[in-house]
Ligand binder design. Structure first.
Ligand SMILES: C[S@@+](CC[C@H](N)C(=O)[O-])C[C@H]1O[C@@H](n2cnc3c(N)ncnc32)[C@H](O)[C@@H]1O
Length: 252
């Protein structure tokens, strides 16, 4: 039996089950591995928001790509969400950033974990513990609906920044970020890390989805992490497509 660390009310668990199921159904209809949605050759006219190579057989313009993705979850796999939840609990994290929110599935796990952590330290008065980011207004609206369905424990924990995350994360991010989840198109991963790096606390963790299947797209990010004296230390977790756990321990 596979055990889950998740502590969630029945209606939240039911919602998560439903959303994961919908996400998987959508992906199977798209006839491909999820990695195709995040892999990229990083060539061409990157506007920073578009995975270039993915769906190259199906699509040939950014407009059709945006149209196709508008109603797609591309949610983080459930087992990875459980890991994110467990890790946040282990770290006692109360300051988490999610790069790429979509309909807000992984955000629910993060909010639940942060909310539990705050109970441990009587941190009810702390600011919302999760900064979520989404540039597609209809997806942001749907995410808000889902969080409202979950209730205040989740909803009150999330500060959703709508728009391009390279702009929305450029200000009002407090020092001491515990964890950054990179579930975003690969060309945005390294710029996001560079934007947030000075805010990371010692021992902060960056989680990056699909670092094996989208290795080409993550080449620059991984080289940046692996550069001598970068302060970053990588471990590829054996989840589907690879899930990178990077710890930030810079030396002065
Ligand atoms: C893989 S999905 C995130 C899935 C989400 N973490 C979940 O588990 O439900 C990536 C999302 O990033 C959003 N996105 C793409 N470029 C962005 C940008 N520049 N700023 C903010 N969000 C962006 C996309 O619209 C998409 O919904």
């Amino acid at each position: 039996m596979v055990r889950s660390p998740l502590k969630a009310p029945q209606h939240v668990q039911a919602l998560l089950d439903k959303l994961h199921k919908l996400s998987i159904e959508q992906e199977s209809q798209l006839k491909g591995d999820k990695a195709r949605f995040v892999s990229t050759d990083v060539s061409g006219s990157a506007d920073g928001a578009t995975p270039h190579k993915y769906l190259e057989n199906d699509l040939n313009s950014k407009a059709s790509l945006d149209d196709l993705m508008r109603d797609k979850f591309i949610a983080l796999d459930e087992d990875k969400c459980h890991f994110v939840y467990q890790l946040i609990r282990a770290m006692g994290a109360t300051n988490v950033i999610e790069a790429g929110t979509s309909f807000g599935v992984s955000t629910i796990y993060i909010a639940l974990a942060v909310s539990e952590n705050k109970k441990d330290i009587d941190g009810r008065k702390l600011k919302p513990g999760v900064i979520a980011t989404e540039n597609e207004p209809s997806k942001a609206a749907k995410a808000r609906q889902h969080w409202a369905e979950c209730g205040p424990e989740v909803e009150a924990e999330i500060d959703l920044r709508e728009g391009n995350l390279l702009e929305t994360l450029a200000s009002n991010v407090e020092q001491g970020v515990d964890l950054l989840l990179l579930d975003i198109w690969t060309p945005l991963a390294l710029p996001t890390v560079k934007l947030i790096q000075s805010k990371l606390r010692h021992g902060a963790v960056i989680l990056t989805d699909h670092t094996l299947t989208a290795a080409e797209g993550y080449k620059e990010l991984l080289a940046y992490f692996e550069a001598p004296n970068s302060g970053f230390h990588n471990l590829t977790l054996p989840y589907s497509g690879g899930f990178e756990m990077t710890v930030y321990n810079p030396r002065k």
